[in-house]
Design a protein around this ligand. Structure first.
Ligand SMILES: [Zn+2]
Length: 214
C-alpha cells in the first residue's frame, strides 16, 4: 500500500480534510464525525421521516400507485424531497468509495456540502411485495455499467426495506444510456406526486447503439 493509498483510506471522502470516525460502521465508516453527525444529519432525519410515512401508509400507496410528498413534509415538500435525495446521494457515494469504484466523487461531495441536488442521481420507489412461492432477488451491492474504456456510465443500488425499495440510480450525463424504467424522482424536477416504479429494470443502450453485455 502506497503512502497516498494509506492517506486516502483514513481521510473522509466528503470533506477530504478530517480522518474518518474509527468507531463508525457501515456507510458512516468512510466519513468523519462532523460530516456524518452534523453535515448529513438533516438528510438522515428527513429520510427517516420519509420511510416512516411510506411504511405506515404503504397499503394505500401501493393501491394508488403513487404518493404525495406534501404528506410526510407538510408545508415544504420541496425541501423534504431535496433532503431525502441527498441522504441517498450520500449512501451511494459511500458505497462507491468503499468499493474503490473509479468514479470521481467531487460532484457528490459538492451536492452534500452545498445542499443542492446531484443532477445525475435519481430515485425510484418500488413495491416489492413477494407472492407466496416466489423468490425475491435483491442486489445488495452497487451494480455498475462501464463502457469499453472502463469509464463508469451508470451505478445503481437498491435500499430494501420490505415491502419498499428505494432504487438509487446514477447515470452519467451524456452517457448513451436510457434510464431504468419507471418514474425518476429528482427534487429539481419533481412535482409533489411521486408514482411508484417497477422493481426490476436497469439502464439500457439508446436506440441506434447496440449494447453488448459480457
Ligand atoms: Zn468529513
Amino acid at each position: 500500500m502506497s503512502a497516498d493509498r494509506a492517506t486516502t483510506a483514513v481521510t473522509c471522502w466528503l470533506c477530504r480534510a478530517r480522518p474518518v470516525d474509527s468507531g463508525a460502521s457501515g456507510a458512516a465508516a468512510s466519513l468523519c464525525a462532523l460530516c456524518e453527525q452534523e453535515l448529513t444529519r438533516p438528510y438522515a432525519l428527513a429520510a427517516q421521516t420519509f420511510f416512516d410515512y411510506l411504511s405506515s401508509h404503504w397499503q394505500m400507496i401501493r393501491k394508488l400507485g403513487r404518493f404525495d410528498l406534501s404528506k410526510p413534509f407538510p408545508g415544504d415538500a420541496r425541501t423534504g424531497a431535496l433532503l431525502v435525495h441527498l441522504h441517498f446521494v450520500k449512501l451511494l457515494a459511500c458505497k462507491l468509495h468503499t468499493n474503490d469504484v473509479p468514479l470521481p466523487l467531487e460532484s457528490f461531495a459538492v451536492a452534500l456540502q452545498t445542499r443542492r441536488a446531484h443532477a445525475d442521481v435519481t430515485l425510484r420507489i418500488a413495491d416489492v411485495r413477494v407472492a407466496p412461492g416466489r423468490l425475491l432477488l435483491h442486489d445488495a451491492e452497487v451494480r455498475l455499467l462501464c463502457n469499453q474504456d472502463g469509464a463508469v456510465q451508470s451505478a445503481r443500488w437498491t435500499e430494501l426495506r420490505q415491502p419498499i425499495a428505494i432504487k438509487v440510480n446514477y447515470l452519467q450525463h451524456g452517457a448513451p444510456l436510457l434510464p431504468p424504467p419507471g418514474e425518476a424522482w429528482h427534487p429539481d424536477r419533481q412535482r409533489k406526486v411521486v408514482r411508484l416504479s417497477p422493481y426490476v429494470g436497469e439502464a439500457t443502450a439508446v436506440a441506434g447503439i447496440q449494447g453488448l453485455r459480457i
